[in-house]
Ligand binder design. Sequence first.
Ligand SMILES: *Cc1c(COP(=O)(O)O)cnc(C)c1O
Length: 322
Amino acid sequence: MWRYRETIPVPEGFEVTLGEGMTPLLDMHPSMRESVLAAQSASRIMLKLDSLFPSGSYKDRGVSVMVSHCKRLGLRHVVEDSSGNAGSSFAMYCAVAGIACDIYVPEATSPAKLTQVIVSGGNLVRVAGDRQATSDAVWQAAQSHYYVGHAWNPFFFHGTKTFAFEVCEQLGWKAPDAVVIPTGNGTLLLGCWIGFDELRRAGVIDRVPRLIAVQAARCAPLAGATTFSPTIAEGIAIPRPIRREQCLQAVRETKGRVVTVTDAQTIASLGLALRAGYYIEPTCATALAALPHIRDIEGTIVLAITGHGLKTNDTIAKVLQA
Ligand SMILES: *Cc1c(COP(=O)(O)O)cnc(C)c1O
């Protein structure tokens, strides 16, 4: 990923890296194409396997840059709140950088999800009460320590934008026609918008692809929903994304759209993906489930495969084992 270091605002010598990036971009397996999109035969459907990152999710793009920035600032101790893939990634990169981290999580978070944090040496702070109580507690901690806040922190987006650079480079410095992105806080959606736009302004590509934000129907604030319930797509279950307006702007200005998919559609797509050799976590299956909703879009369509299935074996077993 650091091959694009000229575009990343961290001076040379501070990189905290685990060899992340340049993940495979593959044509969708023909057996799977037939089942998901007979009606879309004119399009080339490609999968960008960001499931193949050191910590198992694309979050490593943003975290590598963000932790490098922390190193440059000379920070010894930082705080973050995340119970999911961001926390796993963050604890790993902090360990490599020699930076102590406290990760605030709601007390109800399942211990299995936190194993990566614990074994990396991250200090888990379990907060009694709901998600809001966790936010309040991290805010208190932020009075005395640097709060990393990946959904807020601009350095995170300077990492996620490299997704766009890689896709273009892998297509021979051409932009695809659309990118389909499972979206909660929008860190990959907005990273794509920034990255493709930087390439457009540099004259490398002539337009930014349509950005398709996919949300779970049970938690779809970008589609205007105001009621929320738990969904199998837990990685994108963000009821109040702080960059909601920016996300909607990215979709609007690129002539993309917001697509919602049901959990039943996501589970069906997950089954197809696993049988075709893509061992992905349920959240990414929303990108596959979105395809029938964008049948009218033709050309090269890239699906962001954001996380590895091995992270969620329990859930996969629960929903797919007969
Ligand atoms: C974090 C995550 C997403 C969504 O990222 P946002 O920044 O919340 O939009 C999608 N898929 C997986 C696997 C994730 O971990």
